[in-house]
Design a protein around this ligand. Structure first.
Ligand code: NAD
Ligand code: 89V
Length: 341
């Protein structure tokens, strides 16, 4: 039996989600919603989806849905998640999930009270190379991890595809660093303290485009999470996240072009950990596009098995807390205890 879902928000990124739904066993998108009639018509035509709504209330009233996939930008997330909860429809919501901890906690509480599964579309931890790094840690080859770095440095023009990124008071931590911080949690566990410094280098945008963060993890690991959209390099690495990990018996280095080197007392092994390139995917975005397939597959599996998704709303509050702590630390110059966020 196939689950019938609807997608709300037919913009820049939603097409990746729709391609991924098209290749998903056990689920399909039967209706679309966007308040922009041009986008709604174009995406409906491209994906052959006839049931279209300009308004989310009308969508829920008009369809019997097994799930809803919210691919709108941040300002609409709370209202749409709470609407899904009121209609008792399991929900996926794009990152950044919420604009504040208060808002995020209210959204999680609304879904829990309604008994509705809620997953945040936090897909970077589902990227093939990041899964390979996690598997290398779990193999035990490098011993006990004591230090790590999660790094994203680029000069790629993200503003042409996503113009709203240039206008917000917050930019890189809220949009991209949120992924890097989630990867740090995925690899090293939850954090206790955060120290952050930010800069705006590009004068044409409003928010910060460089952030350097130091995390003290509960596991005892110290990690650096650094991100920049002001870093011009000989070869543009967008959208690759590079990872360095030191352990008591060895190291892991996830370098450029999906090369992972694992070193222990026996020597070094180099592994190719590139994502597969499906027919609809396009370099360099295929790294992200493939992780969309993986996270949506995970959601469908979790619904079938009544399991909580890895990036459930409840889990994602911890990533959101890191984002809030980073902005607070950058503003005050202080180290922030996560317990107080
Ligand atoms: P976009 O502005 O291109 O598209 C958003 C669409 O939602 C627009 O067509 C808009 O009309 C529609 N919309 C907004 N509010 C609505 C409402 N209340 N009801 C119906 N339609 C509504 O934005 P985008 O670049 O596609 O980004 C969407 C989300 O995806 C953002 O939260 C962004 O951070 C996230 N994103 C995630 C990734 C990732 O890898 N996870 C990558 C890019 C963007
Ligand atoms: O993944 C994202 O959220 C995107 C991008 C990779 C361009 O920052 O906004």
């Amino acid at each position: 039996m196939s689950l019938n879902g609807a997608l709300i928000g037919c913009g820049f990124f939603a097409v990746n989600q729709l391609h991924a739904w098209q290749e998903m066993r056990g689920a399909r998108i039967v209706a679309l919603c966007d308040r922009d009639p041009g986008r709604l018509a174009a995406v409906g035509r491209d994906f052959g989806i006839e049931r279209r709504y300009a308004d989310a209330e009308a969508l829920f009233a008009g369809e019997a849905l097994d799930f809803v996939d919210i691919a709108t930008t941040l300002p609409s997330h709370r209202a749409l998640v709470e609407l899904a909860a009121r209609h008792r429809v399991p929900v996926i919501c794009q990152k950044p999930f919420a604009a504040s901890m208060e808002e995020g906690r209210a959204m999680v509480a609304a879904c829990e009270a309604a008994g509705v599964p809620l997953m945040v579309h936090e897909n970077f931890r589902w990227q093939a190379p990041i899964r390979a790094v996690r598997a290398a840690i779990d193999s035990g080859r490098i011993g006990e991890v004591f230090w790590g770095r999660v790094s994203f440095r680029s000069a790629y023009d993200v503003f042409s595809g996503q113009p709203y990124l240039a206008t917000g008071e917050r930019f890189i931590i809220e949009d991209l660093g949120i992924h890097s911080l989630d990867i740090a949690r995925f690899l090293f566990g939850d954090a206790e303290r955060m120290t952050a410094r930010t800069r705006r280098v590009n004068p044409a945008i409003r928010g910060e485009d460089v952030a350097t963060m130091l995390l003290d993890h509960e596991s005892g690991v110290a990690s650096i999470v650094d991100c920049s959209y002001a870093t011009r390099l000989a070869e543009e690495p967008f959208p690759q996240t590079l990872v360095e990990i030191d352990g008591s018996r060895g190291t892991i280095r996830l370098g450029r072009d999906f090369r992972m080197v694992v070193t222990d007392a026996a020597g070094s092994e180099t592994l190719e950990v590139a994502p597969p390139l499906h027919s609809w995917m396009e370099r360099p975005w295929h790294l992200i596009q493939e992780s969309v397939v993986a996270i949506q597959r995970h959601f469908v599996d979790c619904l079938a098995e009544a399991r909580e998704p890895a990036t459930s709303g409840r889990d994602n509050l911890k990533t959101l807390a890191l984002v809030e702590a980073a902005y607070l630390s950058a503003a005050t110059g202080d180290t922030i205890a996560l317990a107080g966020i």
